[in-house]
Design a protein around this ligand. Sequence first.
Ligand code: SF4
Ligand code: SF4
Length: 110
Amino acid sequence: MAHPCLSCGACCATWAVQLERSELTRALRPHVVPAASSRYVILAGTEGDHPRCAALQGEVGQRCRCGIYDHRPSPCHEVQASLQRGRQDSCCDEARVRHGLAKLRFDDWR
Ligand code: SF4
Ligand code: SF4
């Protein structure tokens, strides 16, 4: 079974992804824009009213991948695909619903 994230990408096209400037690496630097506070930066594309991370490749709900997967910042690690480890994740659930996708169910992991 293919991992559900590979045919989703909704969380990368729903939320503003803000991280502390101190977390910036050389690889990540080209992918952020300034935030309201100088302490933070935001992943490019996620700062407006219709967020979609500029690093997201593909079509949401079809085929997606993170173009900077090995360098993605901590907020991206924190979103977990719902129920993969038995726990619901509201960021995953709400993002999927906003994009017209069903929330993940236990059956999706069998
Ligand atoms: S919304 Fe959930 S299933 Fe979709 S890519 Fe994000 S973590 Fe994966
Ligand atoms: S860096 Fe990758 S995982 Fe994080 S929001 Fe962008 S596309 Fe998604």
